[in-house]
Design a protein around this ligand. Structure first.
Ligand SMILES: Cc1cc2nc3c(=O)[nH]c(=O)nc-3n(C[C@H](O)[C@H](O)[C@H](O)COP(=O)(O)O)c2cc1C
Length: 489
């Protein structure tokens, strides 16, 4: 992947000059020019960095987004830029050791690649996007982030009430950039308002529209199910040349095909499940082992990508300074990726010692983390000696699936294989005491009294939700899993 180098100053950024201008394409023509990607790694803060994208592409992802970057900080702050992106080498720096490493948007390993920003000021966004555009195929605007930090910073889904500002942000990039602009939205309260919103975003110049089928208030314990019927509605009511990516409710490989079929979208974007099982995008023809790879194999493969990106292929792993560590996004995300990849292993008490070792490991001493891969392999090998797997068992597990999409059930994947994290429904979170109804919700439920409104409150879903995805798809959490419920964008 990367060629040998002799120093450990791998994280130094090298500014690159703008490459020769390509004709600027738009909409479907642009989409086709990047190979019509269908399986897309979502933008994820602290999670869709270079190493992770390379890993996901090895497992059949067709395209990937950067983590969301803050446009003003990116435009104005060199240290933030250095922490966010590793630039392509310039011809003048080609003799530098850093030039031998892979970089964000590397044509050999990291395309198609879209860089995402959050912003509320068109000039900040433009300044940032002008720097970023030489390293990617398109620049994306985040209009979906529902977190408190987005409310405070006034970006993401908190721009929804300001269509004029959204128009200006997108239109400025559409007119001024050399590469296309794309946007990622959440659905609104009704299909009609979501359609009007989507039309505005497209009129402003977005070449691809990603639709996350959840509303702004569907977050953390109230995440619930995404509503694919909204995305289908957009597909049916927008011109056929509109390129749409559908986002939400992907737990198993079969869901990708089901989502394409139900929504009619051009591509499916996946976030959370990709972090728990990077093989989520393997094709329908893939074997059980290819869909649910052994965790020890996945961890080793991932850590080797990080090692090669950081030190250069074949070079010794040495301790890094804290600054070198901080400026290497692929390295700073390692622990959090490992916790997710290993979540099923860590539900077992006998392996809590591995969890504790990982918890204590210091990121800039990468060799400590590499040793974990050996321990993990030992543990899985021992388990497989005790309970060897057979193709018949795998067939049995897959039979439980009961078909793709709405009818699928939670599969009993062994703990030593990568598998999705199944978030509890709001109802399960209430039952487990992880979430409590607000006074307002309780009084609305008792006032309206209808069975249907109670059901919606309990499940956070509507009748159309349950048609798209049966709540049976969610499993009851065991104790250790409950600890891991985490806040999602
Ligand atoms: C760890 C994590 C980080 C995320 N960061 C971003 C982000 O930077 N930008 C963004 O638009 N969405 C972000 N999201 C939201 C996802 O892109 C996606 O819209 C959402 O998780 C729903 O998809 P899923 O059901 O496949 O998880 C993030 C999600 C997760 C799990």
């Amino acid at each position: 992947m990367t060629r040998a180098m002799t120093t450990t100053t791998a994280t130094t950024t090298v500014e690159s000059p703008p490459p020769p201008k390509r004709p600027k394409l738009h909409g479907r023509t642009f989409y086709q020019s990047i190979g019509s990607p269908k399986r897309i790694v979502a933008p994820m803060v602290d999670a869709s960095e270079l190493a992770w994208r390379i890993l996901s592409r090895k497992y059949n992802a067709d395209a990937a987004y950067s983590p969301m970057l803050h446009a003003r900080l990116f435009a104005e702050t060199e240290p933030y830029r250095r922490q966010s992106l590793r630039y392509a080498p310039t011809s003048t720096s080609a003799s530098h050791p850093e030039a031998l490493l892979s970089y964000d948007g590397d044509h050999r390993l990291d395309r198609p690649f879209l860089i995402q920003f959050c912003a509320n000021d068109p000039q900040h966004l433009l300044a940032a996007a002008k720097i970023a555009q030489h390293h990617c195929d398109a620049v994306d605007l985040n209009l979906g982030c529902p977190q408190g930090i987005a409310r405070k910073g006034h970006y993401g889904a908190f721009l929804q009430e300001q269509p004029d500002l959204i128009y200006k942000l997108i239109n400025t990039l559409h007119k001024e950039l050399d590469v296309p602009v794309t946007a990622k939205i959440r659905i609104l309260d009704t299909k009609e308002s979501t359609l009007a919103y989507a039309k505005m975003v497209l009129d402003a110049g977005a070449s691809i529209l990603t639709v996350h089928g959840r509303r702004r208030d569907q977050k953390s314990h109230n995440t619930g199910l995404a509503d694919w019927s909204y995305i289908r509605y957009l597909r049916d009511n927008l011109p056929p040349e509109t390129v749409i990516f559908a986002n939400g409710n992907i737990l198993y490989n079969a869901d990708v095909e089901a989502c394409l079929e139900v929504t009619g979208a051009d591509g499916v974007m996946c976030a959370e499940t990709n972090l728990y099982n990077p093989a989520i995008f393997m094709p329908p023809t893939a074997s059980f082992e290819e869909r649910f790879p052994r965790v020890d194999v996945m961890v080793r493969q991932y850590l080797h990508i990080v090692r090669d990106l950081t030190f250069g292929e074949g070079n010794p792993v040495v301790e890094l300074s804290k600054e070198q560590y901080r400026e290497n996004a692929s390295l700073t995300c390692v622990k959090s990726h490992l916790f997710k990849l290993l979540h099923a292993v860590f539900t077992r008490k006998e392996y809590h010692y591995i969890r504790n070792t990982l918890g204590k490991a210091t990121g800039h001493k990468f060799d400590e983390i590499l040793k974990l891969a050996n321990e993990l392999e030992k543990v899985v090998e021992e388990q497989l000696k005790l309970t060897p797997e057979t193709p018949e068992q795998w067939d049995e597990i897959m039979k439980e699936a009961g078909g793709p999409g709405a009818d699928a059930k939670i599969l009993r994947i062994p703990w030593w294989r990568c598998q999705p994290y199944v978030r509890p429904t709001p109802q399960q979170a209430y039952e487990n005491g992880a979430m409590q109804k607000s006074k307002k919700e309780l009084s609305v439920a008792s006032r309206e009294g209808s069975k249907e409104s109670k059901r919606e409150l309990d499940t956070g879903s509507t009748a159309s939700d349950s048609k798209e995805r049966a709540p049976a798809k969610r499993q009851k959490l065991e104790e250790p899993q409950l600890e891991q419920i985490k806040v999602n964008d």
